[in-house]
Ligand binder design. Structure first.
Ligand code: ADP
Ligand code: MG
Length: 253
């Protein structure tokens, strides 16, 4: 089976600062892959490279067997045209810590926007699909509400529905519950759990160790731009092998 994401010695620098120092990892199709690590370790940068928000400086990054942002010819790399980058991005959904909904659009309009604008879907069909997706995230009754009328947790569930509206083959979550009041976290995690059960491939940066333990299929601990330790989440979380992982977990667990 092809890996959904494959990173081979991925490097990324900002100016002179190297943030990813050779990341190797593989996310299998249909798995929930959790990425944990201290602030500044490069987790967001890695996700952003997968989704073309940053460019890898060296190494190879593949999504569903295709090199991200480049074409390989012999041992040379050529940057993809904008239209091809757009095609690759269309298949990837991303949910950020902040919900980034369009404030002047209702929940349903937020969910419809990309299918209509990017895929050329008809409005009636897109609206129908938006209703289905809002129902799936438990917000059937909020289709006509504006973001300001929704709680953070509800906004985040709209953001998930919006990402799903493009029928992605891969979903990236960057600390999706970190900005939420504690009592709103559970509803968002429940939606993510349902999504995982439906077979979606998910890469999840999170500090929710309970979620990682219960829903995760694989877990990677990153620190200072490298993968320190990886494996079955239950193994790594209960029996971390590396001192750095132990130190991190002793702070967050
Ligand atoms: P994490 O998500 O694990 O907290 P990040 O990937 O956000 O870590 O950041 C890793 C490091 O890269 C940090 O030191 C951060 O300051 C730096 N960094 C991230 N984005 C940029 C950028 N656009 N320009 C310069 N430095 C950046
Ligand atoms: Mg981050």
């Amino acid at each position: 089976m092809t890996a959904m994401v494959k990173a081979e010695s991925v490097h990324k620098s900002f100016g002179l600062v190297e943030v990813l120092k050779g990341i190797d990892l593989e996310v299998k199709q249909g798995e929930v892959f959790c990425l944990i690590g201290p602030s500044g370790s490069g987790k967001s940068t890695f996700l952003r490279c997968i989704n073309h928000l940053e460019k890898v400086n060296a190494g190879r990054l593949y999504v569903d067997g295709e090199l991200v942002g480049y074409r390989e010819k012999g041992d040379k790399l050529y940057e993809l045209k904008d239209s091809e980058v757009a095609r690759q991005r269309r298949d990837i959904g991303m949910v950020f810590q902040r919900f980034n909904l369009f404030p002047h659009m209702t929940a349903a309009e937020n969910v419809m926007e990309a299918p209509v604008q990017v895929k050329g879907a008809g409005r009636t069909q897109a609206r129908e699909r938006a209703r289905e997706l809002l129902e799936k995230v438990g917000l059937a009754d909020k289709a006509g509400s504006y973001p300001a009328q929704l709680s953070g947790g509800q906004q985040q569930r709209v953001a998930i529905a919006r990402a799903l509206a493009m029928d992605p083959k891969l979903m990236l979550f960057d600390e999706p519950t970190s900005a939420l009041d504690p009592e709103l976290v559970g509803d968002v995690l429940d939606v993510m759990r349902d999504l995982a059960e439906s077979g979606m491939t998910m890469v999840v940066v999170t500090h929710e160790m309970g979620f990682a333990r219960e829903v995760g299929d694989s877990l990677v601990f990153m620190d200072d731009g490298v993968v320190v330790e990886s494996g079955d989440p239950r193994e790594v979380l209960t029996n971390p092998q590396h001192e750095r992982t132990q130190a991190f977990l002793s702070k967050v667990l």
